[in-house]
Design a protein around this ligand. Structure first.
Ligand code: PGA
Length: 246
């Protein structure tokens, strides 16, 4: 199984999100053996769901609150997302961590909230440029895995995205062989804490040209695509490139 996930971030306004969803509905044929999901912003979530329901394209939340329901100003819970059609949620994306100060502890609470609501969490981990320069890439992802997975007992599906921070939105994608090496290490490390099989995707400047390099490795279970996923033609090409590898 290969997963092609598109994180639209805050690139699009409501009308643009709706237009993109319509183009994707009309253009994308999800091949057998591929799972495709888009992650619109919260404001556009319900509208995009209306357009994509009945298609093979699933929906995910970019960010969730771990509190369930009640007096939580500005929060959107996993339960609200689930009842509005979310199958997945990103947890601990580096933009949440480094721009909005989200900690591993908060990410862990969000992960558990997703599991409680039967949303598949896509836990994002990855080292910074400084970590890599200090030979600490492995240390960083191992620490993130420990904080997110230690003591976790669930039979629900969990996914991970390896997203080196220096590769996100920079056009400087991680070499596919290096992504494979890190993902292999990540899979081994997760086994220390968690017995279930955890698909691991690569994310960071994936586009319609390089997607195939990642997808052709059996151990790389898919790609998490940012800016290239906000263009229906580019996203369609990326999805098509999953065919060769399943
Ligand atoms: P990018 O973003 O493809 O624009 O680098 C990836 C991500 O942040 O998930």
């Amino acid at each position: 199984m290969k997963y092609i996930f598109g994180n639209w971030k805050m690139y699009l306004d409501h009308a643009e999100s709706i237009t993109l969803a319509g183009s994707i509905r009309d253009m994308v044929q999800v091949p057998e053996g591929t799972v495709c999901a888009v992650f619109p912003n919260t404001l556009a979530f319900v509208g995009v769901h209306e357009i994509l329901k009945g298609t093979d394209i699933r929906l995910g939340a970019q960010n969730v609150s771990w509190v369930p329901r009640g007096a939580y100003t500005g929060a959107t819970s996993t339960e609200l997302f689930r009842s509005s059609g979310a199958s997945y949620a990103l947890v601990g994306h580096s933009e949440r961590r480094y721009i909005f100060g989200e900690t591993d502890e908060a990410a862990r609470k969000k992960l558990e909230a997703c599991l409680d609501s039967k949303i598949t969490p896509v836990v994002c981990i990855g080292e910074t440029k400084e970590d890599r320069a200090d030979q600490k890439a492995e240390y960083r992802v191992k620490k993130q895995i420990m904080k997110l997975f230690e003591g976790l007992t669930t039979t629900e599906q969990i996914m991970v995205a390896y997203e080196p921070v220096w590769a996100i939105g920079t056009g400087d994608s991680c070499d596919a062989e290096e992504a494979l090496r890190m993902i292999t290490l990540i899979k081994e490390e997760i086994k220390v804490y968690f017995s279930g099989a955890v698909p691991v995707l690569y994310g960071g400047s994936v586009d319609e040209k390089n997607a195939v390099e990642y997808l052709s490795y059996g151990a790389i279970d898919g790609v998490l695509v940012g800016s290239a996923s906000t263009d229906a033609v580019r996203l369609t090409k990326i999805i098509e490139s999953s065919i060769i590898s399943v």
